[in-house]
Unconditional design. Sequence first.
Lengths: 1060, 501
Amino acid sequence: MSDAQQLPVGHSEAPPVVVAMVVHEPGPWFGEVLDALANQDYPNLRHLFLVTGTTVAGVHDVLRGKFPRATVRTVEGNPGFAPLVNQVPALVEGEAGFFCIVHDDVAPAPDAVRRLVEEAFRSNAAVVGPKLVEWNDPGVLQHVGLLVDRVGEVVDVVDPGERDQEQHDAVRDVFAVPSAFLLVRNDLFRELGGLSPSVPFFGEDVEFCWRVHLAGARVIVNPASVVRHRGGFAQRSQISHPEFRAARHRLRTVVTLTHGSRLVRALVAFVVVGIVDLVVGALNGSTRAGIAALRAIPNLLAEIPLIRSRRKVVAPMRRVGAREIAALQVRGSARVAGWLRHRRALREASTSEHPGVAESGAPTGDAPPSSRAAGFAIVAAIVVWLVAVRDVVLDGIANVGRFVPVVAPGESWSDVVRIVWSGWSPVGFGDAGTVPSWFATVALGAGALLGRIDAVASLIVIASLPLGAIGMWRLGGIFDSLRARTFGALAYVALPVAASAVAAGRTEALVVWALLPWIVDFARRWSGTDDADDGALGARRTQLVGSIALVGAVGILLAPSFVVVLVVVAVGALASWPIVGGAFRRAGHPAASVAIVVVAGLVMHFPWSRRFVAGDAWSFFVGTPSVPGSHGFLDLLALGTGSTLWRWFVVVAYAAVPLVLATVDRRAGEWVARMSVVGALALVVSALAQAGRVPIAVPEPLVLAVPVALALALVVGAAARGLEGLRRRAFSLGHVAAWLAAVVCVPLVVPALVTAADGRFDQPRTTLASLLAQLPHDPPEGDHSVVYLGDPRVLPLASRRLTDHLSFGIAADGPLTAAAQYLPRRTLMDEALERDVRALVEGRSLRVGRLLAPLAVRYVVVPLRDGITRPNAQSQLESRRAIDALSAQLDFRRIYTSTDVVIFENSVALALVSVLDEKSSLASAQAGDELLLAADLAVTRVPFSGMRVGERNVGETSPGAFHVAVPFSDRWTLRVDDAEVAPRVAFGMSTAFDAPLAGTATLTYDTPFTYRAALVVQFAVWLAVLVACLNPSRFRGRVRAARILPVVALRGDDDDRVVL
Amino acid sequence: MSTFGWRLRGLLAAAVVVAIGATSAWVLRDTTLDGTQSATLPSDSAAESGLESDGDPGVAFGGVVPEYRSGAVARAWFCPGIPGRDRSITGEIVVTNPTENPIGGSLTRFSVDGTARSERFTVAGRSTQRLDARGNVSSRFVSSLVEIDGSDAIVEQRTFHRAGNAVAQCAVGPAASWFIADGFSGADSLFDVVITNPALDPAIVDVAFTTAAGERSPQALKGFVIPGRSVRVLDAGDLDARNETILAVSVRATVGRIVVGRSQHYLGRGRLGYTMALAAAGASSRWYFASGEKGDGIDEQFVLYNPGNDDAQVTLIITPTSRSAEAPDPVVLTAPARRVTTYSTAQMSALKPGTYAVIFGATSVLGDTTRDVVVERVTTRRIDGTTVTTVLLPATRPATQWLAPAGAATTVDAGLVIFNPGGEPATVAVAALGPAGDVPVAGYESIVIAPSTAANVTLPADLDGRALRITSGAPVVVERAIARGGTLRGVAAAPLLPVVP
């Protein structure tokens, strides 16, 4: 730059420049800042200081002493940088000249302002920024303008720690300049309305410069103007989660300023870049940026009104087309570009003369090596997960064990809606008003699956794995170490519970596995992190309680035995208190969580929850019961895996428990010890059940293995944390323990990887379901029911216990669906069924077929094995005896025999809907097994098959008893032609209508209004709990803060203004 | 909490966790480490053959041994059948209702051609109904299924044959395996194995027979199909076992369940007479005979059939029913696998003439485990120049109550023989079913039977054909004599029905 171009010092025609500085609790460097300002050689410089109310009073004296003619105004509180800066136009009379917005931590070179003004004139720029250099080392560049991509991500022109060798000294257009020191035309600043009040800091400069571009003005940087900048605003202001605020502001800026035609594209890009950031960040040991970006998106919903109003404000300023603005922005992702540049800088760090290159670079560079290892582990886990579920995603989950489709083939989500709205439960023989909430959930969520209701089972499997891992990762927060929590979460996945559950189709175990860490974590957070912490209060407590309620309700929805496991956890946690010590609330809150879950289950699942308080509620909550003698101690320790290699790896890993407990520090050790006691309690309960020493039924071992796995995973996390601290501590017993613990835990990964490689968790190729496909669905001879009898672990549906080794369940005809996965409420028909099946297996009658006839039980299926579960000898013996008993029956035909399943047909079964002959009609008016045994029921007509509750079922009928094999309810109505026939009890349990004439029969179920009202209330309750979980006060605060323009109350003399 | 304090707590937690784990291991100490190996499953063949025994003879018999079990939802009785073509032979199904209330039921007759016909019947309270076992069915043999509405009636089958009447028990269910220890086709005696399949599905059976030469399994009788709800009859010719004095038969159903009876018309070679009885629905390690007799003109032979794959060691304990008589030493026999072994009390010099009871116990050759065999007693008496042969399948366990729906022979010395095999005296009451309830038999209202002794009951003539109930304070074994009918001399032996609590 030549001297001729310079304005002469003291030139009276120099445009006025008002240096506006916001002073907020400055540090000891402030004197140097003021000196630098005072030494500016610009001839027409005015000073305006806005001092926040939290700043010490002595600052005023300093300012007055240094700048006697300056305007100094004090502000009530600290309304934020942007609102304060926006007071500048009001405090300056006249629109000539420039404003120089200045932070209180910059030290400009003496000619800095002058050179900016010169360049503003020379380049006809509206905004000019200087070259910002490091405060302590002016030879290192900090900012030379900012580049911004289309999703608002900022990337510096310079690399982190880049030394100044005049390589960036050309004046250039940039998208934005930092607000630390920028010169802006007075008139334009007023026209644009100053900085955005909705972005008070973290991104206010980008937002402002973006609007400058929209207005058609230039933003340039003049590197000839040099300013030292201290930075570190986030640390000084003690703002929590600055990256989350920055992301919210960024998204707000993008959505407000992007042209409408590019808005959707920008939003999609924002999501994609967020995900990429997450992945790349994970590789680099910091996922915060990605998480912050993704978390900002739902927040957007709460800001829609605000954004709309801002867009209206901005609209008149748009003088430049969207394409031109886009051309000014970085193509692709600025974050990725920045990351790549950072990697390059790191490679060159060894040659850098600046010692803090790595630390002073991009935020991702803050991650220690351990975090990076954890990040790689996370990414590897995601890849392994994708590999593990690939076949499940492509082909769907195999119908093994309890993995069944929601509805039968040919049925759609509208059928689910019909079931829910009808109020007639399809579970068992049917029941009034106890439709499982699962159907309502599916009906509402079907849209999210794009109508693929058949994919629900696969979705549960696919989602459960990361859900459990994330829950465990959250619980690993007790370690205060990314590596420890990561390896704890990975251990939780690597332990065989989840894989065994998927392989064997144990929905309950999988769901409990996925949800238990969440509940424990919520209870932990609720109880507080240490003795000095009284736990969550206010809205946060409401959020945590709501989360416990929500997770508990979901758990009950998918796996009622979740409640039983929670009881074990609660008892174990309470029992651990005398041992572990600490505040009682931390041991007691798990118990309180159980109470919350129980109440939530009753409230959130009403009217289905009426089933919970039925006489056999315990059986309902136990689910698949433990079968005594089916597992040895090694089986229990092996957590469900049958793999010889894997089980020994798991068993060896237990050695880490005492090692870690004996050496772990208290902060993490309290919860590790507590959950270890819980796990040990679960183990002993399982062992007692296996030994037949528990007087009540308890869930199967795989379900009870979940607390054990959780405890082991925490132990692994604690071991990882112990390893992490090795370098910082002197050698001790803890070192040995940590190494030994790590050594015994590491092999767990190997079999997990092998299982993952299979792609479908070693699920059997030939499943029981494929053998059962031969059973007819809605056959023309009439609907019917199917009884399943055998070892409860092999039965593919919810079952009632006959003996320790023998259970039975009831399902509708056709393939098994979700309806069969819930134990029905015990109706008179269910009682009759249990009585009849018991008579069958005890050989007390050879005419059980007749007893089952009015129940429409046409088939009895005896599964012997399902390809995964191998019943023990006693179970096999009892199943074989059941087959013997069925073979001896006089009314049964054996229609299929294989090593896996034997199927018998009841030749005298009535259809679900049938018209009885005269003799049978008379018999149906009476009740009792003796009557049924003597009666040879005969049917004159099957009016229709494929009955659909909630619809009008129409068919031709003939005189006689129109029998419907469902529990009696006076809500069933039959119309024969135009005549309505009243229902009556048939055979003492089912429903019949005495139709005197032939005609067209219409059978309907009249849903009570109260039921539908209860459904609406239930929906509202779920919404309320969801809202509580989201802690709307957070959003309310944000929206309010963004909506309401901060009131800036200036103290002092109102006439103290800058007059240009 | 100080670091030291926490260390102590950490150690305590570790100790507690280890202790709980050890407790779990201790709880399951009786199982192997791997629970799947902790129990032994009977082999398929054993399970299918019905030979497995868990110490409960009722279970060993597949739950179909003729007995009266309380608590049944309904009772079905499967009677072995009667000859259906010979008009001189008739039969009846005796249904006794010991309760106050009338009982209904149905009688289904099965025939060779597969036409099963049912009819309803009613039995008045405290009475006995006799139903025609053959009805109008024309078939080589007609077997019956009696289904009772309720569980309180008891059923037997009675066959009236010109060579002697027979009372056969009815099974309470079909079974997979049936055994006949004593068959006889010598002198062209008529030996028929009557197989009934009462189920809807066809049954597939394997028939094997054992003669003195060993076991044979004719190919034609492997996978032999019994159509549903029908009867099949195999005679000695079908078995290719003509003129055999030793002839045991096993019938095993590989698919379905069946009922097997034995019709035997002795025509020579030392045997005369007629028997019709239910085959043994399984084998047992214990067999109890309440009566036996050694004397002039009496040829008593015990026939042991070991249907298993391992040799058995069978011990005969003979207990003279007279307190003064001295008990001979037990006799130990070896019953080779799949062979028939006979033992005649005549060859036992230490056994003095007189009456006695016999208990059979079967073990492995080493005596370490029990073995299941089938034992029958063949008694041939010469009475006034007439030869009378009777065969009895004994009881497998003592019971405190026994029922005889068809009654027992009256005016004979030993219409009933009650043996007390226990160590305590048994107080026994004999009653007949009357319109007003059980009527004690005069002189037998309360008799005390000393341990290891037996009591003979002579029934008065007015109890002919009346249902009987024998009640005891201790488990006893009861046998009965059956009048042979017409002018035929002598009596036949028949078992009674034990009542199981």
